[in-house]
Design a protein around this ligand. Structure first.
Ligand code: NAD
Length: 284
């Protein structure tokens, strides 16, 4: 029977630590970390994500501002806005909610965000830092996954880790962070020929494909550690990439979906906002 990694509780503990640190900062500096979120357009999912980010920042005692722009904002106008916020000493964390409308090049916008305000960790210099093992801002979901593994006391050294999915925001950085911890990492994607063959050999599986119930009990060995990043809405219910019910008797550790990586992502974003504040104030 697997030990359930309770992402909700773990995230609550992180939020409590962040809240304490923010209270100390307020005393020390007379101000609190400020996260600005730029939202373009009326995508309902994006609107609810940014509201949640603002709410969680404020609950931790931080300041948060949503700047909402119409879909017809030009790329140049958006870049000018990012640059103004880069230069604003009252702003410590800055993120542009993705996706952006088709007429705006997301990469150009993300690359404009100042590296040490980039709470999402998507700036190429922060991505590069993961690859070189330097200290940068680690994207929230991969950071949350690593925190979960560490909090469960899982020794990654020499372990066979199998990451399913290789997107820039989830699979690739997760794979690099596991490599950094000296795991032996295999990465799969939609063209991988034999998922089961790799899954069977894995001590740790991180599923981040966005395919409901992709990982099933017949694919894994007894005692495997499984982290499910996937969030899929099926018949009105949220489910992960892993058959949780089938695997909870075979795995040694597994988080549920919802209540696993999701809450950890938000908690990690708060940690990143705090980190950006500390980097910026340390420099000024
Ligand atoms: P994406 O679509 O950008 O990437 C999916 C990746 O999975 C691609 O590399 C693709 O090649 C691979 N893939 C697709 N089908 C596959 C298959 N059958 N076998 C092997 N690989 C396959 O998605 P993403 O943004 O990386 O998100 C992945 C999942 O994680 C989604 O369900 C998303 O909702 C979820 N997600 C959750 C959080 C969170 O906070 N929990 C954060 C980010 C993403």
């Amino acid at each position: 029977m697997a030990e359930i990694i309770d992402g909700k509780q773990l995230a609550k503990d992180i939020r409590a630590k962040v809240t304490d640190r923010v209270a100390d900062i307020k005393e020390q500096y007379g101000k609190v970390p400020h996260l600005v979120v730029i939202l373009v357009g009326d995508n309902p999912a994006s609107q609810s994500y940014v509201k949640r980010k603002k709410r969680d920042c404020e609950r931790a005692g931080m300041k948060s501002t949503i700047i909402h722009k119409d879909t017809d904002i030009t790329e140049k106008e958006l870049i000018d806005l990012v640059q103004r916020l880069n230069d604003d000493n009252d702003v410590h964390g800055l993120l542009v909610q993705l996706p952006l409308p088709d007429h705006i090049n997301e990469n150009i916008v993300i690359n404009t965000i100042r590296k040490d305000k980039d709470v999402d960790g998507f700036h190429p210099l922060n991505i590069a830092a993961i690859h070189t093992g330097e200290h940068g801002i680690v994207p929230a979901t991969p950071k949350g996954v690593m925190t979960m593994l560490k909090s469960a006391g899982i020794d990654l050294v020499g372990q066979e880790a199998f990451v399913i999915g290789c997107s820039n925001i989830a699979g690739k950085p997760i794979a690099m962070l596991l490599l950094e911890e000296k795991a032996t990492v295999t990465i799969a994607h939609s063209k991988t020929r034999d998922l089961k063959k790799h899954a069977k050999e894995a001590d740790i599986i991180v599923a981040a494909a966005g395919v409901p119930n992709l990982v099933t009990p017949d694919m894994v060995k007894e005692g495997v550690v499984v982290i499910d990043v996937g969030i899929n809405r099926v018949e009105g219910k949220l489910i992960g990439d892993v058959d949780f019910e089938g695997l909870k008797d075979k795995a040694s550790y597994i988080p549920p979906v919802p209540g696993g990586v999701g809450p950890m992502t938000i908690a990690s974003l708060l940690e990143n906002t705090l980190e950006c504040f500390e980097i910026l104030e340390g420099k000024r």
